[in-house]
Design a binder for this molecule. Structure first.
Ligand code: SF4
Length: 233
């Protein structure tokens, strides 16, 4: 590694935390998770406010690589999560991860399609999980961002690419109802998405950005369209 690259990795304190081991977050992999600080959304149900609003982070990119070096042969994957990972320039970092032999999964809200396209072109990603937060008519209400168009561009680019990826939605039934989820399913079909569609129930950890509690409304799964294979998490 050249000095310039090394210095840049050493000075980039952008990782809020490291999960040393998971077999749940990256299918068929034993992985570490790097939690990147900052996000360009403010989803009401987000249970990582300390990461989204982090003023400082605990680990540099070099710290993360040093950790990974101790896991060669023990783990085979790395999950890049956050926060929103694509707010950071991670080309060098992911190249180093790949040199160590790890597969890389990216969790993203899909708002930086150019960054994602670049990482795909450089063959730095093995899997992407993209959040479909809400239909366009509720997108800003739930995410407190005006990024639907950017998300939509990323979704289209993934569908047209050869990239392995999944689409997922966090469901809080006071925020999204059966009609909204059916709208998303229809939209995915229209865009020629053919993979499984993952729906994860809101996790009430007691702390979230919108200060919301468990949903009051009952969600009737029976009302959902069967046009795509649904997987509940
Ligand atoms: S849930 Fe929303 S606010 Fe939280 S990290 Fe993901 S995109 Fe950002």
């Amino acid at each position: 590694m050249n000095i310039e690259r090394e210095n840049s990795l050493k000075s980039s304190y952008i990782i809020y935390d490291i999960t040393h081991f998971t077999h749940l977050d990256y299918k068929d992999h034993l992985a570490a998770i790097f939690w990147f600080s900052s996000c360009n959304m403010r989803c009401d149900y987000c249970y990582n406010p300390e990461i989204v609003f982090a003023k400082k982070s605990s680990y540099s990119l070099m710290d993360a690589l040093d950790f990974l070096k101790t896991r060669v042969g023990l783990l085979d994957g790395v999950v890049l999560s956050g926060g929103e990972v694509t707010l950071h320039n991670l080309v060098f970092f992911i190249q180093e991860i790949k040199h160590l032999g790890f597969s890389v999964k990216l969790d993203t809200n899909g708002t930086n399609h150019q960054t994602i396209q670049e990482l795909i072109n450089l063959k730095l990603l093995d899997f992407i999980a993209i959040d479909y937060k809400a239909p366009e008519y509720k997108f800003t209400h739930i995410t407190h961002s005006k990024k639907y168009k950017e998300f939509s561009q990323t979704l289209d680019l993934l569908i047209k690419s050869e990239m392995a990826f999944e689409v997922r939605t966090t469901l809080h039934s006071d925020l999204l109802n059966e009609e909204d989820i059916n709208f998303i399913i229809k939209d995915l079909k229209k865009r020629n998405y053919t993979n499984k569609y993952y729906i994860q129930n809101f996790l009430d950890t007691g702390s979230n950005i919108g200060d919301i509690s468990a949903p009051h409304k009952v969600f009737d799964k029976e009302k959902l369209s069967q046009e795509l294979e649904l997987v509940w998490r």
